[in-house]
Structures are given as structure tokens and as C-alpha cells.
Write a protein that binds this ligand. Structure first.
Ligand code: SF4
Length: 630
């Protein structure tokens, strides 16, 4: 029994409601076994009699046993509920999830169609259908299910819009899962409790509508039994035999109330405290490679390095029409680790996610190329990009706990990734899961494999997120601040793990960080970003010993790892300007101690000053001697 079911049944009203519904289900399905008489059998010596040993609930005006007709009548009611619910759920789930997850024209068409269906008078349509298909209750219930489905569509669409932004969904996307798999494995399970609630409410309405149709003489025709027909029979003799309304009406009312109470209990028991991340679905990339803005007159990097595993050239990214990353270029060689450094708001994470086609905030790549093993990721179709994610490029976020799907065990999540990427059998995948857990130094892998994400510590969750990323044996691992959310001891362990894994697997690593300690510990080269641009690009040792940009110099001076006890840590005055406030000249002008009037005159290009060293500064000559003294 699931935790949700246990939570629901712990509520007395829900337990009683569930028991009543079970009783209705079993007694109706088993009517031939339980009913003391046939539904059409007449006992003309007992007409309109009250309860007796021969007829526990009495008889109707034709001497038929009310209990037996009630039990048999429940069959048509249940059949109608099943028919309506099947259509309701099929349409509601399919179109609700598709509209919320896929967005774009799919969302537009589904939403407009749902609004149109909402405007239709449902009960009138059902009556028209019954006039076209007389006495065919199945067609009426299917129609009713279809007419009710827009409510579920709108609800699931809204929820999917929220859930699709969560990191574990983005993580599944990064690992190469197709949209249908993501919806089935990662999004739908989050909606189950809500779907059950809506189904219970829909069932209650269907029971009521059916009874109403039966009362009006539509649907199941006399002498066949139906709950609505029983109420109609009782209303005909209400003056002479009011008792008959009790067995005819009470089960109907109790069933509707039980469905409503059960729905309420499920809603109250369902856990809804899921966190939301900032990731957004991939948007269609703009045609590459064209990009030219007046603000970047001379991008220094020339053609992509053919030896590079990843070659980014002139990458620009827009979010809500605003350029947030502009003209970023760098090369990452096989087996190399590159750090992307800068303050918050400089575009580091957006750049890393842009490489994966996962621009946050509904943004898009507006220009540039991301050549991975010679293929331009910015020009790939969503399906081609999905194939690269996970097996070619893997991603580790800074929030491992939300990057893991809370509804599955560690073993299930890793096995799914392993089977998808390597096509292993279930048994082989289980064994590979244990190997992966051992690879990331998880103690007692077998025990941890059976745990859920909420049962893991932060460090352990990050190790498992790394194991998940390694499941596809990627050639490139992109890690976005992988140690930020961890305490110092665990940070050191994760960094050591990344170093060991890279040495063992030979993969390249692109690591986004604001921590020079991470750069010094792991990286061969570093890209320093400021206000959406690369301002310096160099080998880490060169950058540490002789920074060529005042911003790099300021960041290094503010490095807490170099703090002198008793002395205040130097800081860079001011803050990073927002994209809409970027100055037309050097974007660091307002904070730069070396700024001159010339710096504000126009855009400053990224210039190659030495082999493999680039800097975006007009006065590097003034800076280098000072940097060299550090
Ligand atoms: S161009 Fe001028 S303002 Fe910009 S970093 Fe260089 S010295 Fe500072």
C-alpha cells in the first residue's frame, strides 16, 4: 500500500467512504451471486410491501424485489462511470500534459479547444446525443466524459507548466529522455493524486447525471433496472408507499457523498511541497552561425580548434528579448577541465546551459555555434540534441536533491539511465548501478540503492547525481556550481571525486564556479565572464600569476582562500550591471580602477595578447606589471 493510500485510509470519513464504495462495487459486480431474486422476477402477492424476510428492502409496484433491482441496477451505473472516466482521463491526461510540457502551438491549440468545449452546454449535448442514439447510455457517458475532460486538461496543463521547470525534469531532459518518457516517468507520477481527486469528483457527477437521465426515462429502459429508474418508480408511488424512496435514493446519495469525501481525503493527503527551479525547456535555436552586433566589433577567437571536444564561437543568448550572454567563445580540449568564473549575474550558468540547449527563463540562443565533436549543437533538432545529452554531454547541477526525482529510488533512477544509454538487461543494469555507486565512493551501495532522495544527505545526493551523469559514459561533464550547496568537508570530497573520475574516464569537464579554490584545484584553463561577456581566457596558472584584466585581478584579490588574518578582504566596489543597463563601452568601467575616458568611448574587443591568452581590456599594459607582482 502506498503512503498516499495509507494517509487517506487513516482518515475515518475516507475509510468509511472507501468501504462503502467497495461494497457497492462488489455487490453490483457480484449481483448474480448476492441478489436473492432476479431483477425482473415478480411476486404479485407482495406488491409495494415493506421490508420482510423474503424481500429485505421490500418490493415495488410490480412486486419486484427492490434489493435485487438495486444490485443489478448498480452494474449499469458502474459501467457508465467506467466509460465516462476512461474517456475523461484519456483526453484530460494526454492533452493536459502535452499542452503544459510541449507549449508552443500544441499548447495554443489545446487551450483554445478546451475553452471552446467549456462553452458548450454539456447536459444539452448529452440529451442531443441520446436523441440520435436512443437508449444508448454508453454513447451518452462517453460524450459526457469528453465534455468534462477540458477541466482536467486545464488543471494538468497548469501543473505541468510548473513541474517541467524542476531540476529533476531538466536533469532527465539532459540525460536524453524523450518527451513522452519524461512525461510518463517523471511528470505524470507527480500528478497522480490530483488525477485521482478529479476522477472521484467526475465519477460522483456521472452517477448523478446517470440517475437524472434514468429518472427522465433516458438511458436504461424499463423493465431493466437502473438506479435512476428506481428513483422514478419510487416517485410514482411516493404518496402510497414513501418507503420505496429510501432504498432507491439512499444508496445513490451515499455513493455520491462517498466519492466526494474520498476525493477530499486524497487531496488533503497528497504532498504538494515540491520545489521549483529555474530551468526552462529548450527553445528552438536560431539559425547559426550568423551573429553580429555593433557591441562586439572584433571577436578575437578565429576558427574553431579542430582538436577541441567543445568549441563555442560567438554564442549569444536572449531571455525575454534581452541579450544576457554575448559573443562568448572558448575551446575545451579532450580530457581538459575548464572553469567558467565570475560573480552572480555574469552569465556563467546561462552559458553552460545554453551549450546543452537548456536556456533558462524561456530564453534562446540568438547567435553563435556550440561545436561538440564537430556537430553544431545550436543547429540540432530537439531529437538530435536529446540524443547527445546524457551520452555525449552530461550535467550536474548545484542542487542534487532536486535534480533527483523524489518519487523513485536511487536504484530505479540509475537503472533507467543505464538501460537507456547502454541497452542493458534489468539484471545487468542492477549490477551496473552498484558499480556506479562504488565509482562515486558510496559506502554500502546495495543499501543506498534502495533509498529515496529524501533519505540521502546532501553530499551523498551529489555523488548520486554524479553517478547518474556518468551512466551514459559522457565525453563531457558540465557541472554548475557542484559544491556550492555543500559544507566545506563534503565540498573537498566532491572535488576529489571529480578529479579522480576525470583521470579514470578521460572525460572533459566544464565547471561553473565563483570559487577560485575550485578553479585552482581542478581546472587547466579558465574563462572569466563579466556582464555576459568573456573578459579573460587563459591557462589557470597564467591567470593566477599574471591576470590580464582588472576584473580578474579584483576577483583574485577578493579570493577568501588568500585572506590575511586580521586584514579586511579586498572587494570590488559596486555590482554587476543588469543586462538592460550594460554601458556601451567597457562594461567594467564603473568598477574599474584603471578606467579612462577611452574605456567608455565604445565597445572593447576581446584581443589575443599572447598565444592562448585573451583579454577584453584597453589597458592591459598598465595591469600586467601589477599582476605580475602578485
Ligand atoms: S577597458 Fe578600461 S575600464 Fe575596461 S577593464 Fe580595461 S581599463 Fe578597466
Amino acid at each position: 500500500m502506498t503512503a498516499l493510500a495509507r494517509g487517506v485510509l487513516r482518515r475515518p470519513t475516507a475509510a468509511v467512504s472507501a468501504a462503502w464504495l467497495c461494497l457497492v462495487l462488489v455487490s453490483s459486480v457480484g449481483a448474480p451471486l448476492f441478489a436473492p431474486h432476479g431483477p425482473l422476477d415478480q411476486d404479485l402477492t407482495h406488491v409495494l410491501s415493506g421490508p420482510s424476510s423474503g424481500h429485505l428492502l421490500g418490493t415495488d409496484a410490480l412486486g419486484r424485489d427492490i434489493l435485487s433491482r438495486l444490485l443489478y441496477g448498480g452494474q449499469s451505473t458502474l459501467l457508465g462511470v467506467v466509460e465516462a472516466l476512461l474517456v475523461y482521463l484519456l483526453l484530460g491526461i494526454t492533452f493536459g500534459l502535452a499542452a503544459g510540457y510541449l507549449g508552443g502551438w500544441v499548447d495554443w491549440v489545446v487551450t483554445r479547444t478546451a475553452e471552446l468545449m467549456f462553452a458548450l452546454p454539456g447536459i444539452i449535448i448529452v440529451l442531443v446525443v441520446l436523441s440520435v442514439f436512443p437508449d444508448n447510455l454508453s454513447v451518452a457517458m462517453i460524450t459526457f466524459g469528453a465534455l468534462g475532460s477540458p477541466g482536467l486538461v486545464r488543471l494538468l496543463r497548469a501543473q505541468t507548466l510548473s513541474v517541467r521547470e524542476e531540476l529533476y525534469v531538466a536533469s532527465a531532459r539532459v540525460s536524453g529522455l524523450a518527451p513522452a518518457q519524461i512525461l510518463r516517468r517523471h511528470i505524470l507520477p507527480r500528478m497522480i493524486s490530483m488525477v485521482i481527486v478529479q476522477a472521484a469528483l467526475c465519477a460522483a457527477i456521472v452517477v448523478t447525471i446517470q440517475a437524472g437521465l434514468g429518472f427522465l426515462g433516458f438511458g436504461i429502459q424499463p423493465p431493466n433496472p437502473s438506479w435512476g429508474g428506481l428513483v422514478a418508480d419510487a416517485s410514482n408511488v411516493i404518496d402510497t408507499d414513501p418507503w420505496m424512496l429510501v432504498p432507491a435514493g439512499v444508496p445513490l446519495v451515499l455513493t455520491v457523498i462517498a466519492l466526494g469525501l474520498l476525493g477530499d481525503a486524497i487531496r488533503d493527503s497528497a504532498t504538494a511541497n515540491w520545489s521549483v527551479s529555474t530551468m526552462a525547456p529548450p527553445r528552438a535555436p536560431a539559425a547559426s552561425p550568423a551573429r553580429a552586433t555593433a557591441d562586439s566589433p572584433a571577436a578575437a577567437p578565429a576558427d574553431p580548434d579542430p582538436e577541441a571536444l567543445l568549441s563555442v564561437r560567438g554564442l549569444s543568448i536572449e531571455i525575454s528579448g534581452t541579450v544576457v550572454v554575448q559573443d562568448v567563445s572558448f575551446d575545451l580540449m579532450p580530457g581538459q577541465t575548464m572553469g567558467v568564473v565570475g560573480e552572480s549575474g555574469c552569465g556563467k550558468s546561462v552559458t553552460a546551459l545554453g551549450v546543452l540547449g537548456l536556456v533558462p527563463g524561456g530564453g534562446r540562443i540568438s547567435a553563435g555555434r556550440c561545436l561538440f565533436e564537430g556537430r553544431d549543437l545550436a543547429a540540432l533538432s530537439p531529437a538530435e540534441l536529446a540524443a547527445v545529452r546524457g551520452s555525449g554531454i552530461a550535467f550536474v547541477s548545484q542542487e542534487p536533491m532536486v535534480a533527483l526525482d523524489p518519487t523513485f529510488t536511487v536504484s530505479a533512477q540509475l537503472a533507467e539511465a543505464v538501460r537507456r544509454h547502454r541497452g542493458l538487461s534489468r539484471k545487468a543494469a542492477r549490477s551496473r548501478v552498484l558499480e556506479l555507486l562504488s565509482l562515486v565512493n558510496i559506502p554500502d551501495p546495495a543499501a543506498v540503492a534502495g533509498r529515496y532522495p529524501h533519505q540521502l544527505s546532501g553530499g551523498m545526493a551529489q555523488r548520486i547525481a554524479i553517478a547518474l551523469a556518468l551512466a551514459g559514459e559522457p565525453r563531457l561533464l558540465i557541472a554548475d556550481e557542484p559544491t556550492t550547496a555543500l559544507d566545506v568537508t563534503v565540498q573537498a570530497e566532491i572535488l576529489a571525486l571529480l578529479r579522480t573520475l576525470q583521470a579514470r574516464t578521460g572525460m572533459s569537464v566544464l565547471i561553473v564556479t565563483h570559487d577560485w579554490g575550485v578553479v585552482a584545484d581542478l581546472c587547466d584553463r579558465a574563462v572569466v565572464m563579466y556582464a555576459g561577456q568573456v573578459v579573460e581566457y587563459a591557462d589557470v596558472s597564467d591567470m593566477f600569476h599574471e591576470p590580464h584584466h582588472p576584473y580578474t585581478l579584483g576577483l583574485l584579490a577578493a579570493n577568501p582562500h588568500l585572506a590575511v588574518e586580521g586584514e579586511p578582504l579586498p572587494t570590488i566596489p559596486g555590482t554587476v550591471p543588469a543586462p538592460r543597463d550594460w554601458p556601451s563601452g567597457c562594461r567594467f568601467t564603473d568598477r574599474c580602477p584603471y578606467a579612462t575616458a577611452e574605456c567608455s568611448a565604445g565597445p572593447v574587443p576581446l584581443v589575443q595578447q599572447q598565444a592562448d591568452r585573451l583579454s577584453r581590456c584597453l589597458h592591459t599594459d598598465r595591469l600586467v606589471p601589477e599582476g605580475g607582482r602578485r
